[in-house]
Every structure is written in structure tokens, then in C-alpha cells.
Ligand binder design. Sequence first.
Ligand code: NAD
Length: 280
Amino acid sequence: MQTAGLFGGFCARAWRVSLRLASSGMAPQQRLTNKVALVTASTDGIGFAITRRLAQEGAHVVISSRKQQNVDRAVAELQREGLSVSGTVCHVGKAKDREQLVATAVRLHGGVDILVANAAVSPFFGNLMDVTEEIWDKILDINVKATALMTKAVVPEMEKRGGGSVVIVASVAAYNPFPGLGPYNVSKTALVGLTKNLATELAARNIRVNCLAPGVIKTKFSHVLWMDKAKEEGIKESLCIKRIGKPEECAGIVSFLCSEDASYITGETIVVAGGAPSRL
Ligand SMILES: NC(=O)c1ccc[n+]([C@@H]2O[C@H](COP(=O)([O-])OP(=O)(O)OC[C@H]3O[C@@H](n4cnc5c(N)ncnc54)[C@H](O)[C@@H]3O)[C@@H](O)[C@H]2O)c1
């Protein structure tokens, strides 16, 4: 009886600690212990929040982006928090950089279990009829083609570990276009298709492929959408949850999708958009 009482007391305390951790935004679970994750464009914004969360849940994460100084800053910040992160430069449009990213994970941690393909560009605002061939090439190259090729680069390493998980970061704009961002919207719709195609093809290798479709999340990237007060108020008004999202609110769902808790989920796109319209 006494043991049960002590155990009961311990459980209640553990439950309170876990509730405190959850409410303070810290990861209460360790679903990714010793998994090795690559996150592209992970020095800021949504990629950085995802990196922090995967590492809080026990993963070794390789941070990457185009500039060494940004990689160094992000690595130092998360290492100060006691998290297991390393970093390397990776421009996802360059084959050599993609190979280097995979090689870094293999050299430092022995393989790759998780890829979060988060990098994207949106260098155009205006009408579709004014988009040049050069802009189409840049947006489709980085947002779509590089995502497919980054996945191709990690698959052999995932196979050696018996499987893995890929999460592709698309956008709610895949379903409901953001005004003025035509080529970007189209590229994100393509990523929903890419997710389904990869999921079908890679299931036999025990690799699951899912997609995250954020709504408007406050980052440098989305600045153009909320920079003036009237625009910001208009966006909030269109949402069920009447505020713009935070990068951290995209992170827990990714760690879930990469974990064994999602072992029967593949080919899906999860919308994290405060109730924005999201149907094709
Ligand atoms: N913020 C939003 O409202 C929002 C909404 C929907 C989807 N998203 C998506 O979330 C992802 C992250 O965006 P974010 O809002 O955190 O902004 P962000 O600016 O922090 O992330 C975009 C990153 O991509 C990087 N990048 C661009 N080209 C690259 C390349 N060739 N190689 C490597 N990195 C490159 C940029 O340096 C930048 O860090 C993007 O895929 C974006 O499309 C963002």
C-alpha cells in the first residue's frame, strides 16, 4: 500500500512537472532520442523553431542555411540551451551543398533519420502575367526541385537505418492562394503533390513523407503580408483564431510526424493556420 502511495505521489508530481513543462512551451516528451535530423533553412523562423523542438525531444539536429554566420549564430544559441545541434552551410539549390549536408550528419552522428525540407523563396509580388521565366525557374528550382533532390539525397542513408521520416514545409497558400504571390502559391501546391508521390514511392522502404502547411506565421519571410497594420488586421479578421501564428506553433506537429506516434501516417498535409480556409 505504502509503495502504491509513494508511487501515486511520484506520478502526481511527474504529471505536474510535465504540465508545467508543457505550459512553459518546453518539450515534455523525448520521442526522438538519438534520432538524427536535417532541417534546411533552419537558422531563423519556422525552421529554427522546428530545430529547437526536435532537439528538445532528443534528436541530434544538423542546422543549415546559406550563410555561415547565420549557421554559427543558430548553433551557438541552441548549444547554450544544452541541445545537441551542429551546423553546415547548405544552399539547397546546389547539389554539392546537399551532399555536404548529408555527409555532415553521417560524419558527426552516423546517419540520417529525419529530413525537414523547409527552405523556400518568394522573390516576386504581382500579377501572374508579369512573371518572367527567370522568376518561375528560381521559385520552382528552390521550392520544388530542390526539395525532391534533397529527399533523394537522404533516402540511401535512411534505408541504411531501416527507414525514416520526411516533412516538407508547404503553405496554406497551396490550397488558398495568397494574393500577389502566384508562382510561390503554385510551388506550394506542387509540394502537396510531391508529398503524396514520395509517400507512395518510399513506403516500401519504410520512409514516411508528410507535409506541413502553415498559415500566416510571424517571420521575416511573411513580413510583406502583415507589415502594415491594416493588412495585419485584415488577416486576423479572416481567421477563426484571430491572431497571426508563431513559429513555435508549427514545431510540435513536426516532431509528432517524425516520431513513432505517427507511424501509420504518410502522404498527409497538416494545416496549421488558425482556421484559415484550406481546401483545394
Ligand atoms: N511565415 C509564414 O507565414 C509562412 C507561411 C506558410 C509557409 N511558410 C513556409 O515556411 C518555411 C520557412 O519560412 P519562414 O517563414 O520561417 O521564413 P524564413 O525567412 O525564416 O525561412 C525561409 C528561409 O529559407 C532560406 N532559403 C532561401 N533560399 C534558400 C536556399 N537556396 N537554400 C537554403 N535556404 C534558403 C532563407 O534564407 C530563409 O532563412 C518556408 O518554406 C515558407 O514558404 C511560411
